[in-house]
Write a protein that binds this ligand. Structure first.
Ligand code: SF4
Length: 493
């Protein structure tokens, strides 16, 4: 297997349909391969969502659930046959042989497809509805990766919060099981999740994110700060849901960080809607923010909506980018010591392009998934969990020096310990949640500031005593007294 075009006998191109640029990159590579008269196998979401696409007409095609038959398709294509495998099947095997791009990182898909119907999304057409792998299969894959020396496990999905709903399991259940097979230096990164389904597991997810072997980081794409826009995107949550989730996690997972995605210039987005998005970003100061301009994806509901002027879309995206660049989020890390999982080595491309040496450095992440550059390039540190003192902070990353080369053996309790801890917070949170609910119910019935007045005015004054005939009693008593008086006067004579 080679990773360059020229020496290849056949080119296998995987594809992503989530945004126009990713689809265009696939089309460019495909044309380049065809111009070089290479046999091409096109795989992934682009041909799956649009099998009639002119670009893939003369290629073999492997759909998203047929990946386990890739060897067969390559063999047939090399013989000059065109094979098209696009029907949606059962989930492909998870334990297929693989070559990792980074040998320290294992990417484990938990599921394919989703339960959404977002009006801008093309991925849904390619991937279909949610199909989750069972827990035992995922755990087996993780175990194998750990045995092969992997450090970091990424549990990925189109929408992690939905994991298992089709097979009667949940994301927290899966996470606990995976944690049970890790070695002390391993760490889990939980993939992107939309708000609606993860909300149900908010408390348990907080406990999982607190676990010493899970990055305290969540990627929750909000897409817009306006409920009206979310509604026309058919995102099935409100800004308040997103806020509840982030605030709860921030309150219960010390130092947790959030990444989010925003689409600028969705067809129904007004200036006021966009201002709400700006306000949300100002409030949370996301350390990672993925900003896209709205591009209509063919075949989606949003593609039929009246587009905003391109200038408006661009200026909103520029304004949001400026806002994002105006704040810093890592300054408080300066001088602190952090646990860092070292998983990569990178060369400073900008420096190399500018004629410099293109210095190399080790790359790792803190517990809160902050990128750390370690300039001391000791390959022996790769794949380890070390302690690093932060000496420099930037917008996108921090720089540090290693102070302890081996903190992997830090005591991690058995999974049951963290589950017990979770049970305690769960009780606390339930109580608080009930209290909040009660307050909200009361406030709705009787808004603050009106309660006192109405409490007085609506009180059925005298209700408890109104059945007692005080007037009659007084009248009778008075009459008796008068009669007694007359009698005494009479007797006195
Ligand atoms: S949740 Fe929405 S955006 Fe994500 S894959 Fe499903 S339909 Fe697309």
């Amino acid at each position: 297997m080679v990773d360059k075009f020229d020496p290849a006998d056949i080119v296998v191109l995987n594809s992503c349909t989530v945004k126009n640029p990713s689809q265009e990159a696939f089309a460019t590579l495909l044309r380049r391969a065809q111009a070089q008269k290479k046999t091409v196998v096109a795989a992934g979401c682009v041909p799956q969502a649009e099998p009639t696409l002119a670009d893939v007409k003369d290629c073999s095609v492997v759909g998203v659930t047929n990946i386990s038959r890739i060897c067969e398709v390559v063999g047939e294509s090399l013989k000059g046959h065109i094979v098209k495998l696009l029907e949606h099947k059962e989930l492909p095997q998870l334990c297929l042989p693989k070559i990792r791009k980074n040998k320290h990182v294992e990417i484990v898909p938990m599921s394919t497809g989703c339960l959404g119907q977002c009006t801008f999304c093309k991925t849904r057409q390619a991937r279909g509805t949610l199909m989750s792998y069972d827990i035992a299969t995922i755990v087996q894959r993780v175990k194998q990766a750990v045995e092969e020396g992997v450090t970091e496990i990424w549990l990925t999905s189109e929408d992690s919060g939905t994991y298992g709903r089709d097979i009667g399991h949940t994301l927290p259940e899966l996470c606990w099981e995976v944690l049970g097979v890790l070695r002390p230096h391993n760490v889990i990164k939980i993939g992107m999740t939309n708000p609606p389904f993860i909300l149900e597991h908010m408390e348990e997810m907080a406990a999982i994110l607190r676990h010493p072997q899970v990055y305290s980081h969540m990627h929750i794409p909000v897409q817009s700060g306006s409920n009206a826009v979310l509604d026309s995107m058919a995102r099935e949550y409100t800004v308040e849901d997103f806020v509840l989730l982030c605030d709860y996690l921030a309150e219960n997972v010390a130092g947790v960080t959030f990444a989010t995605d925003i689409i600028c210039g969705f067809p129904t987005e007004t200036e006021e809607d966009f201002d709400k998005t700006l306000d949300l970003v100002k409030k949370y100061k996301f350390p990672s923010l993925f900003i896209s301009q709205f591009y209509p994806r063919p075949g989606t509901v949003a593609a039929d909506m009246k587009k905003l002027d391109t200038k408006v879309v661009k200026s909103r995206s520029t304004e949001l980018t400026k806002l994002f660049e105006s704040y810093r989020t890592y300054d408080s890390l300066l001088g602190t010591e952090q646990r860092v999982w070292v998983t990569d080595i990178e060369t400073n491309k900008k420096n190399a392009e500018a004629g410099g040496k293109g210095e190399t450095a080790l790359v790792g992440h803190t517990k809160f998934y902050v990128k750390v550059i370690i300039r001391e390039v000791d390959p022996g540190l790769l794949g380890r969990c070390v302690k690093v003192k932060i000496t420099e902070v930037q917008k996108w990353h921090v720089v540090g020096v290693v102070t302890d080369r081996n903190v992997s053996s830090e005591v991690v309790q058995p999974v049951s310990h963290y589950k017990r801890e979770f049970q305690k917070t769960k009780v606390n949170f339930r109580a608080r949640e009930r209290l909040h609910k009660l307050k909200a119910e009361l406030a709705a019935k009787c808004p603050v500031g009106k309660r006192k007045r109405s409490a007085v005015s609506e009180r059925p004054r005298g209700h408890a005593i109104s059945n007692i005939p005080w007037m009659e009693i007084a009248y009778v008593a008075g009459t008796v007294l008068v009669l007694l008086g007359i009698l005494m006067v009479f007797l006195g004579k």
